[in-house]
Design a protein. Structure first.
Length: 202
């Protein structure tokens, strides 16, 4: 573990304690995790930390306070739906060992994977934290990341076959634009909860 930290060139005598404290704060608060460890690329302001906007805070409430197995909700365009779902996927896989399916109606899986690769690049804050609390990344490929703690995220688009696979958590981006049969199949892959956000398709 210490070797991993040293290799990131971020080591100081107090780093393990700081990481334990930060990990605890993350478990207690998704908003803390997103603001400290998730980043977005703004077209004008460059790379920014993900401080949830008002609509994303509503998404968080919808997810955390709703005990139903299926949460479907509509939000306007450019409200940060995809970014929120992406950050929540990482959060659940990293801290709660969840097998997460992230499904979308377009070619976003490739885009989300690129974000994932950047977030977990060697030496990044999130990579240091992930190595510390999960012992590292077991596998990272074109559409999947697996942590040594057992958590994972799989990215698909709606016409990909997922028969036979099941997930603790299914996140669906822009469900109202998906083929109905594909969306219904995706929902059956969850063993616990489906969270689906979309702009209205009308």
């Amino acid at each position: 573990m210490i070797t991993t930290i040293v290799n990131t060139k971020l080591f100081d005598p107090f780093l393990p304690g700081k990481l334990i404290s930060s990990a605890h704060n993350c478990v207690e608060s998704f908003e803390y995790f997103s603001a400290k460890y998730c980043k977005i690329d703004h077209p004008i302001n460059g790379t920014l930390h993900l401080n949830l906007n008002d609509l994303q805070k509503d998404m968080k409430s919808s997810v955390i306070l709703n005990s139903e197995d299926l949460v479907e909700k509509f939000y306007p365009r450019q409200s940060g739906k995809t970014t929120f779902l992406f950050a929540y996927a990482v959060y659940q896989a990293l801290f709660f060992h969840k097998h997460v399916l992230f499904a979308t109606h377009q070619n976003y899986p490739n885009i989300e994977y690129e974000k994932l690769e950047k977030l977990f690049s060697e030496g990044s804050e999130l990579r240091v934290l992930a190595d510390f609390i999960t012992n590292g990344i077991k596998f990272i490929g074109k559409n999947k990341i697996e942590f040594l703690n057992g958590g994972s995220i799989t990215f698909i688009k709606n016409n990909q076959c997922i028969t036979g696979m099941s997930y603790d958590l299914v996140l669906v981006d822009e469900f109202d634009f998906m083929e109905k049969t594909a969306y219904e199949l995706i929902k059956t892959r969850s063993t616990h909860k489906v969270i689906a956000f979309s702009t209205a398709n009308n």
